[in-house]
Design a protein around this ligand. Structure first.
Ligand SMILES: Cc1ncc(COP(=O)(O)O)c(C=O)c1O
Length: 403
């Protein structure tokens, strides 16, 4: 049995059945965020039987479903880099990078897909339906290929080709939609309600928030049993942000962490619904988005209400950065850190730099950037920032002419 808590009304639901949102909290139709997101109430009873309170914690032991599928789809366990050159160039010593672009399908979304796949196996349902800006789709398709699940994926037709092609290549049924991500989201819900299967839409299926908490436990282990001072999280729907905060809250509940790190939600100025909602203390939904960080392009954040609650519970804040700052940070991560990320990921560094410039953090604080997605999945963004050298003939003279 799993217990869920509604983030709108606080109602608890205990069930082993598939459940998405609180049945008592329908959207108010007041132009605000969706209501009734559910969070899993963590049950530490099996963990405390096997763990003596010392040493590294197994993040999988904090999940509500059996995780025996992990060896077939080994999401997570990504390295925590301490990039020396990048630290020196920024004039700091304590900047770390969680390399989630090294996940099996190249993004943080593999973590949630792992838990949704475990949910599907546990409930004996073989079909998973979802909408995605690209990465969640590729992640679920990858998990589906590894575990033999049927994946039906709705994506905006404008998503980067690499993300769409990856999902097709993994064998998913991909439906490119002539509309926005929000349109794809609505279509996938309508389709799964009519034709069945687990819906993995981000924040709609509570396992997508829960699945994203594992990075916090890994960071805690990798820093030798302590939390950083501050964590920078790229945010669109706010699910990664909420999952990361929930991971640290679980560690506090377990009694191994005294204080939560401050978690910063970083948004692109061209897609800043969460930032504006936090700053203006009212829920803002955008009419359109316009950013190079395509994975963050969301008009109505599906995890808006929980993300705002976590922002206040972990003394965090939101920050917005321009496309120019994102492109510069993407290049700096690559050229000064050897860290190859997509634009959405690079917002983490752009937010860190802006916060230092504006004095919200100082250079001595231990900070972790969540690098959520690989650069290989948006090569157009990379090609925009370079000019490809012309080929030379196969003689030393020709080489010496250009070098
Ligand atoms: C690489 C990457 N970073 C960040 C995000 C933002 O995550 P969320 O929508 O949960 O805020 C996404 C979402 O698609 C993503 O793919």
């Amino acid at each position: 049995m799993i217990t869920y808590v509604c983030t709108t009304c606080g109602k608890k639901i205990t069930t082993d059945e598939l459940v998405y949102r609180c049945p008592d909290c329908r959207d108010r139709g007041d132009g605000g965020f969706q209501r009734g997101n559910l969070l899993v109430e963590s049950d530490f009873s099996s963990l405390t039987k096997t763990w003596d309170g010392k040493g590294a914690l197994d993040p999988l032991a904090l999940f509500p479903y059996p995780m025996d599928i992990h060896s077939s789809f080994p999401a997570g366990n990504t390295p925590l880099a301490h990039p020396g050159r990048l630290n020196r160039s920024l004039g700091v010593e304590n900047l770390y990078a969680k390399c989630d672009f090294l996940n099996p399908s190249g993004s943080y979304k593999d973590r949630a897909s792992l838990l949704v796949a475990a949910q599907a196996k546990h409930l004996g349902i073989n079909r998973v339906v979802l909408a995605s800006t690209g990465n969640a789709g590729a992640a679920m398709s990858c998990a589906g290929a590894a575990l033999g699940l049927e994946i039906i994926l709705f994506v905006p037709a404008s998503a980067p080709l690499e993300k769409l092609a990856t999902s097709v290549y993994f064998g998913a049924r991909v439906i490119p939609v002539k509309g926005t991500y929000d349109d794809a989201f609505a279509l996938s819900l309508a389709w799964s309600e009519k034709h069945g299967g687990i819906n993995r839409n981000t924040a709609y299926n509570p396992m997508t928030i829960e699945g994203k908490k594992s990075a916090s436990v890994e960071i805690f282990n990798q820093l030798g049993g302590e939390a950083p001072d501050v964590v920078y999280v790229p945010a669109g729907d706010g699910v990664i942000y909420s999952g990361v905060c929930k991971g640290f809250e679980d560690l506090k509940k377990l009694g191994v962490l005294e204080r939560l790190p401050r978690c910063v939600a970083v948004q692109s100025r061209g897609s800043n619904a969460l930032y504006r909602s936090w700053k203006e203390r009212g829920e803002v939904i955008l009419e359109k988005t316009d950013t190079i960080a395509d994975s963050l392009a969301v008009c109505s954040p599906a995890c808006g209400e929980p993300a705002l609650q976590f922002l206040s519970r972990c003394s965090g804040w939101a920050v917005e950065v321009s496309d120019g700052e994102i492109a510069e940070s993407q290049a700096r991560l690559a050229r000064e850190g050897g860290l190859f990320t997509e634009p959405s990921s690079a917002t983490a560094l752009a937010g860190y730099i802006r916060d230092r410039e504006e004095g919200r953090i100082d250079g001595s604080e231990k900070a972790v950037l969540l690098l959520t997605g690989t650069g290989y999945k948006d090569m157009k963004a990379v090609l925009r920032g370079i000019s490809m050298p012309e080929p030379v003939g196969c003689t030393l003279e020709e080489v010496e002419r250009v070098l």
